[in-house]
Ligand binder design. Structure first.
Ligand code: FAD
Length: 372
């Protein structure tokens, strides 16, 4: 039986493990240096912005469309297999528009209509009527765009369910087991085993989904040029709590993710909301630590867009590091130079939760071609 090893049990590795476990005749092993979903996935807000993104063709749209279609079937499939609901928001997303010029959104609406995905453009008066009770700054906005196909899913719960369902289908998990650098490519171009913190693990195929751990794993060509370069882009986010009297969901029949100029507000249960996220490049955080000024700026900006947040209590904040490719576009899904049996599926930067199912589809296609 061909042996497939997947390195990294974030949302991307877990989705790939689950999807490959549906192929007959494979042995699949999933490795992680920690417990699952502790990397970028553990910090993510889980917003799936596909239809509302301005990507309308090419690979960017193909991955998004594959993902949003697959999520429709994947979530019920996982919930049936595990008996656990995956929390999230499946009513769509509302993006508040501040600019008066709507032409690019009207164009997007036309394209999406032809692709079969509705988008609704709301005037300011319509926002005020539909989102009454949210106490938004209606005067400051031009209107909004509502995208029923763009969901939100809690990334850690999703990853846990993927792993549980993959294990039911025979995937073996090796957590708290670090994979060390791949052996250098030889003339045979074949990686025959993975060096791990416990032993050398024999493999036929390797999928590298280790997020920011991916580039140290794959090393350099001839000891010089890196075969992959990723940079951390820090994101900080808040957990907020509303008392019952101030919870906008108690004053409005409308419940969905709200987004304004890249500041996202995600309704959770029991009066709680997530708010995020900053986008901090290495120059913004020379020490490698999250930038407190940018976190404060995010909070002030959020209050300006969503004045009712002044009544919320900040009960926690956290940060994570998004894996951003340098010198190529996100995500990186390609065979690793010098090897005939190693595939990179990493560098998802800001969209790993969104693009995980589409990525898994591409990995499946690559593997099937190898197996025939
Ligand atoms: C604040 C914030 C908000 C975000 N919001 C969203 C959002 O709303 N929607 C969205 O789509 N994306 C969002 N993202 C981006 C998303 O989190 C990432 O794109 C995604 O989690 C990447 O998943 P991954 O599985 O590739 O990597 P990771 O989740 O980082 O997983 C990689 C795994 O590999 C393991 N690993 C690393 N090296 C090794 C090794 N040598 N051996 C064994 N295991 C190893 C790590 O332990 C880790 O578990 C957000 C990110 C942040 C920080």
């Amino acid at each position: 039986m061909p042996k497939v090893a997947i390195v990294g049990a974030g949302v991307v590795g877990a989705t790939i493990a689950y999807e490959l476990s549906g192929l007959p005749g494979l042995t699949i092993d999933l490795f992680d240096a920690q417990a699952p979903a502790q990397g970028a996935t553990g910090a993510a807000l889980g917003i799936l912005m596909a239809v509302i993104s301005q990507k309308t063709k090419g690979r960017g749209w193909r991955l998004r469309e594959q993902s949003l279609q697959r999520y429709r079937t994947l979530l019920p499939e996982l919930e049936a297999a595990t008996g656990k609901t995956i929390p999230g928001d499946r009513q769509g997303l509302v993006k508040i528009l501040l600019e008066e010029d709507w032409s690019r959104w009207q164009q997007l609406q036309t394209v999406r209509r032809s692709q079969g995905y509705p988008l609704e453009l709301w005037t300011r008066a319509e926002v005020e009527q539909k989102l009454s009770g949210w106490s938004l700054d209606y005067e400051a906005m031009a209107g909004a765009i509502y995208s029923p196909w763009d969901w939100q899913i809690q990334p850690q719960a999703l990853t846990q369910s993927l792993i549980e369902a993959a294990q039911q289908r025979g995937v073996r998990c090796h957590f708290q087991q670090t994979v060390h650098s791949l052996p250098p490519a030889t003339v045979s171009k074949h990686c025959q085993s993975l060096p791990t913190s416990q032993d050398d693990f024999p493999v036929d195929y390797v999928i590298v989904t280790a997020g920011l751990g991916s580039d140290p794993l794959v090393g350099t060509a001839n000891g010089k040029n890196p075969l992959l370069q990723l940079q951390p882009v820090i994101g900080q986010a808040f957990l907020l709590q509303f008392a019952d009297a101030y919870n906008p969901l108690h004053h409005s029949p409308w419940r969905s993710v709200l987004t304004t100029e890249d500041i996202h507000l995600v309704p959770l249960a029991n009066g709680q909301f997530w708010l995020g996220a900053t986008v901090e490049f290495p120059a913004d955080c020379p020490s490698g630590e999250p930038n407190t000024e940018l976190r404060e700026k995010l909070w002030q900006q959020a209050i300006a867009y969503y004045p009712f947040l002044e009544r919320a209590e900040i009960i926690n904040y956290w940060s994570g590091k998004r894996p951003r490719p340098v010198g190529e576009s996100a995500p990186v899904i390609r065979p690793l130079d010098g090897y005939d049996n190693v595939l990179l599926a990493t560098g998802h930067h800001r969209n790993g939760v969104l693009l995980a199912p589409g990525t898994a589809q591409e990995v499946k296609t690559w593997l099937k071609a190898k197996l025939t």
